[in-house]
Design a protein around this ligand. Structure first.
Ligand SMILES: C[S@@+](CC[C@H](N)C(=O)[O-])C[C@H]1O[C@@H](n2cnc3c(N)ncnc32)[C@H](O)[C@@H]1O
Length: 196
């Protein structure tokens, strides 16, 4: 189910005749081919059913030379199991990672923001998110197969001062939680033919 609440929140935050808010599946975008200079997706493509299906759909609506910028959970360091290991003093020392090669389709994960204040979490049921985990190679191959060439990657880490101040960010000094990609759509003559 696509979260209509996010669209409503955006409308309420920035009501404007210049912005057209739409609710639709990222797997079947209601736009003509080659209509956008830029597409962005913030922490969502890893939750879309079939990352290898959504990237060709993004490439379809991008103009040749247009770009896609997106962030996802880091496939290597936030696969289906990530646990922060602390020493006796509470200092983070390692990230335990498992199930990297489990390419699940809709496995339900239950979680709640660690860093949220207890009063914000009180009485709140954990979120339930269907996961569609893929390996890093799967993501890079899906981008290439879609005619999207990677230009830049970022693996965010908190600086030392922020990590010391904000407990929920100290694990990013060991290994990133997220990865960001900027990719450019190839010219039409160089686009790969769709896979059968
Ligand atoms: C982790 S949430 C991120 C939402 C928001 N970008 C944020 O950062 O708060 C993932 C979002 O992906 C949406 N989603 C999953 N599959 C989708 C699809 N096929 N089309 C559009 N949105 C989808 C879900 O509804 C959910 O709102």
């Amino acid at each position: 189910m696509f979260a209509a609440t996010f669209v409503q929140a955006a409308r309420d935050y920035e009501p404007s005749d210049a912005i057209r808010y739409l609710q639709a599946s990222a797997l079947n975008l209601p736009f003509a081919s080659e209509s956008f200079d830029f597409v962005t997706a913030f922490m969502s493509l890893m939750d879309v059913a079939g990352p290898e299906t959504v990237l060709p759909e993004v490439a379809r609506v991008l103009k040749p030379g247009g770009f896609l910028q997106f962030s996802i959970l880091h496939p290597c360091f936030s696969p289906l199991h990530r646990r922060l290991v602390r020493d006796e003093s509470g200092r983070p020392v390692a990230i335990e990672v498992a199930r990297y090669f489990d390419r699940v389709n809709g496995e339900i994960e239950r979680w709640i923001f660690n860093a949220a204040p207890p009063e914000a979490k009180a009485g709140l049921d954990p979120f339930q998110t269907p996961r569609f985990h893929r390996t890093l190679a799967d993501w890079l191959n899906a981008l290439t197969d879609s005619g999207l060439s990677v230009e830049r990657c970022v693996e965010p880490t908190a600086d030392e001062e922020t990590a010391a101040r904000v407990r929920g960010l100290d694990d990013t000094r060991i290994a990133p939680n997220f990865i960001l990609f900027r990719c450019r759509r190839l010219p039409t003559s160089k686009m790969p033919s769709p896979r059968s």
